[in-house]
Design a protein around this ligand. Structure first.
Ligand SMILES: Nc1ncnc2c1ncn2[C@@H]1O[C@H](COP(=O)(O)OP(=O)(O)OP(=O)(O)O)[C@@H](O)[C@H]1O
Ligand SMILES: [Mg+2]
Length: 274
């Protein structure tokens, strides 16, 4: 596996006069095609990490290399178009007067030919289920719709690395599940790398790996099964909670963590037997 993101001894603080660091000595890599979920309490430094990864902030110490390029090297500013970032607050991300214009903005910036642009915009808006809103004013959309448009704008650029900072937080549970599975499918077929910052344990559970930040430090990193088995103070994903509840009611289930899919299969078999 090829690492596409390499973070080494990354340290950052907003106020140089204060001793306490916002991020302290973070080192990690993300492989190409991997989905890494970053979780942690409010203020643990997740959004700060996202901003450092895309070069919106500069590290105090350490280095960030993406696809072989040092993010903070001014020479590499143009190389950043292969990184897509969607923030937690979509309000601040709109520029266009229609949804379509807004998605077009990033493509115009890279001088894409008109016909190719129209194709990409249509495809991206369909992926997030917002095609019928293409002529609407983005400022009048609901929070969840705005997030979908922001995601479409990012997908239209076909980035090789996607960073989602609570990008699905305003979506209702059903839409969130649907969009998550659309993204997962796209990511697997196009070999895109994802770093998803989230408080949603179901979203984190669908990642390949979970990294936990606490007060600006990495305290744990591992597969969802490892994290949810060991980290008892975390609210586990729905499937795990259901399993624990069924065990207390006399159900027989394996001790180890089960994904939603495994749980569904297990319950279906169980119903067939009963
Ligand atoms: N622009 C800023 N100036 C000064 N301090 C900041 C700034 N932005 C964030 N901080 C501080 O840095 C710390 C980390 O904030 P950050 O936004 O990275 O947390 P987070 O993990 O994303 O939290 P949340 O889950 O609430 O989104 C917090 O203590 C916060 O108060
Ligand atoms: Mg945040």
């Amino acid at each position: 596996m090829k690492p596409i993101v390499k973070v080494k001894n990354l340290t950052f603080k907003y106020d140089k006069r204060i001793e306490e660091e916002t991020l302290s000595d973070l080192s990690f890599t993300v492989n190409q095609g991997e989905w890494l979920a970053v979780i942690g309490h409010n203020g643990s430094g997740k959004s700060t990490l996202a901003k450092l990864l895309v070069g919106l902030l500069e590290p105090e110490e350490g280095s960030i290399c993406i696809a072989g390029l040092n993010v903070n090297d001014t020479m590499n500013r143009n190389g950043r178009s292969h990184i897509g970032l969607v923030f937690q607050n979509p309000e601040n991300q709109f520029i266009g007067t229609t949804v379509e214009d807004d998605v077009a903005f990033g493509l115009e910036n890279i001088n894409m030919p008109y016909e190719e642009m129209v194709k990409r915009i249509g495809k991206a808006l369909k992926l997030v289920d917002m095609y019928e809103f293409r002529s609407h004013d983005p400022s009048r959309l609901s929070g969840g719709q705005k997030q979908r448009v922001a995601i479409a704008g990012m997908l239209a650029l076909k980035p090789s690395l996607i960073i989602l900072d609570e990008a699905l937080v305003m979506l209702d549970p059903k839409s969130r599940r649907e969009l998550l599975s659309t993204l997962q499918h796209l990511i697997k077929t196009e070999n895109i790398t994802v770093i998803s910052i989230t408080h949603d344990m179901n979203e984190a559970a669908s990642a390949d790996r979970i990294m936990i930040l606490e007060k600006g430090r990495i305290v744990k990193s591992g597969s969802p099964s490892l994290i949810f088995e060991e980290q008892l103070d975390l609210q586990p994903p729905f499937a795990e909670r259901l399993k624990r509840e069924l065990i207390t009611r006399g159900g027989e289930f394996p001790e180890n963590y089960m994904t939603e899919e495994e749980m569904v299969r297990r319950l279906c078999n169980y119903c067939l037997i009963v």
